[in-house]
Structure formats: structure tokens, C-alpha cells
Design a protein around this ligand. Structure first.
Ligand code: ZN
Length: 296
């Protein structure tokens, strides 16, 4: 199954829903950052949440960034998504090990700890929209549910799951977001609550091989569903040698000079994808000439 996500409306537009399958995306993130299983699960859940929230945005140029910071050993994760299914992200500590909740159940909440979730939406406006909430469980899905209720006044149900294989690779990853639109009838709310109550774990639906359409079929059982967009999802980083050069040029001149004085090539690493870019001393000297003179 290729990675993709879908957007649907249900119950005569009283409900909007999203679902995703993202094995390759989460596996690409795992391999880029060489993450331990509990970090793979946390990062994967964040990437999938961000991808679906990216799909909620209106404009192709809009970007959404999710950040968690916690007092657990994982410390934090940052992910960014556009509205076309391109996501990237990184953990602050890729190699964290915490005891499983029970055999086979990774304890993401314990790895994350207490802290906050921040959502930044950059729509090209002078100031990005920023919403911050305390973490509820650190399990990501519950935290996003709480964020939607607190910051966006949108009652939601969020399910996100990543299953990690015994060889530490990703065996499946997927999830859904379901939201009540303003003016939803009590009947619809009751029915949806019933559906969510009897819904199997996301990871068990995924390991049964359910497609996003089928996951939404279960979440929205009994409602008429209208499937709208279908968007491919990928782990994608837009870094390049030119971008890294621009960031080097914008450094204080003295920092560049210090690198040159070291007299050896510098390796600059993109934190989102871990790709490295090498700069020879002669190249650094040319960048220093291009760098704007310091204001002081
Ligand atoms: Zn990169």
C-alpha cells in the first residue's frame, strides 16, 4: 500500500474526517534519524498528525509545524507539513529506551513526559498563527484532541498508530482525525461517540490491512460518507547546498571566520533529514566574502 491520505465529509456535512496510511513515510523518518522503537512511534504519530492537519489548510504555500517539548528522555520532536502531503521532522533524542507499557505496547507518553504541544501555522501572514496547550498524556493523539478542543474549539477524535517490528523497522503506520463541524445535531454526536467507543485500536486495524477509506468506514459507521481529496504522503526535506550556504552566509562573520581558522572542511547537517553537506575551507572563504558586513 502506497502512502496516502484522504479527506471526507459525512452526516450531511456535520462531520469532516481524515485518514492516512504512512508506512514508507515513517520508515523513511526512522532510517534518516536512526530512531529507537519508542521514538519511531512518537515521531511517526507526529508526522501523520501534521500531514492531516496540513491537508486542512487552504493554500498550497501554507505550512504547519507541530512541536512537542517534554521532561521525558525524548525531550521533544519538531515536524513540518505542507498541504500536499510532504512532511519532515526530527526528534531531539533519537535513541531513547523506556520500559514497555505492557508487552508489545511502546510507552510514548513516558518517553515524552510532561510538557507542551505547540502548533504553528504559517499562511504567509506577517505573524504565524501559534497555539500552545499542555500535554495531556504525551501519547500525541490525545494531545492533538485536546489541542483541537482548547485552541480551535473543534470537538475531535484522533487516532494515530505506529507498529514497530522486532528488527526495529516500521511494520505499519496510520491514523485518522474526525471533527464535528459547527451545528452538529445531538443524534450525530451520540452515534459518533458510540462508533468511537467500539472502534478497535488503530494499530490493530492497520495490521488487519485496512485502507484509510475502510478505517473511516468504521469510524463513521452508519453515516453517509462523501470522499473528497486523496493526496500522496511522503517524507520530504527541501534542504539543499544552496539553502545551507544561505544559512552560513547569514551567520555572524566571526563564526564563519572561526570555521576558516580551524583550517579543515566543515560538515553541516540538516536537522530535519540528517543529510550532511561538506564545505571546503576555500568555499567558506568565498562565502565570507559574500557575507554582508556585520552591522556593528
Ligand atoms: Zn534536510
Amino acid at each position: 500500500m502506497k502512502d496516502y491520505m484522504i479527506h471526507a465529509l459525512a452526516a450531511k456535512n456535520e462531520i469532516r474526517a481524515y485518514a492516512i496510511t504512512a508506512h514508507d513515510t515513517v520508515e523513511a523518518a526512522r532510517s534518516a534519524h536512526d530512531t529507537s522503537p519508542v521514538v519511531t512511534a512518537a515521531l511517526g504519530r507526529m508526522l501523520m498528525g501534521a500531514a492531516m492537519m496540513g491537508m486542512m489548510m487552504q493554500d498550497d504555500r501554507d505550512l504547519i509545524t507541530l512541536q512537542i517539548r517534554g521532561d521525558g528522555p525524548l525531550k521533544g520532536i519538531t515536524v513540518t507539513a505542507d498541504n500536499g502531503g510532504r512532511v519532515k521532522g526530527f526528534p531531539m533524542e533519537p535513541d531513547v529506551d523506556v520500559p514497555a507499557k505492557y508487552p508489545g505496547k511502546l510507552d510514548v507518553g513516558a518517553a515524552v513526559g510532561h510538557g507542551f504541544l505547540r502548533v504553528m501555522r504559517d499562511t504567509g501572514a506577517p505573524e504565524p498563527y501559534v497555539g500552545t496547550v499542555d500535554l495531556v498524556t504525551g501519547e500525541i493523539a490525545e494531545d492533538l484532541t485536546y489541542y483541537f478542543a482548547q485552541s480551535e474549539q473543534t470537538p475531535s477524535a484522533v487516532g494515530l498508530g505506529v507498529l514497530v517490528d522486532t528488527d526495529c523497522s516500521v511494520s505499519c503506520a496510520g491514523g485518522f482525525i474526525v471533527q464535528l463541524l459547527p451545528g452538529t445535531s445531538d443524534e450525530t454526536i451520540t452515534q459518533l461517540e458510540e462508533n468511537i467507543k467500539k472502534l478497535p485500536q488503530v494499530t490493530s486495524m492497520l495490521s488487519d490491512g485496512l485502507f484509510p477509506e475502510e478505517i473511516l468506514g468504521q469510524v463513521l459507521d452508519g453515516f453517509d460518507i462523501e470522499f473528497l481529496e486523496n493526496t500522496p504522503v511522503e517524507f520530504y526535506c527541501d534542504c539543499s547546498k544552496e539553502r545551507i550556504e544561505r544559512s552560513l552566509i547569514s551567520l555572524p562573520k566571526q563564526d564563519l571566520q572561526d570555521m576558516i581558522d580551524e583550517g579543515k572542511p566543515v560538515e553541516v547537517r540538516c536537522q530535519f533529514c540528517n543529510r550532511t553537506y561538506d564545505f571546503e575551507v576555500s568555499k567558506l572563504e568565498r562565502l565570507l566574502e559574500t557575507a554582508k558586513p556585520a552591522l556593528d
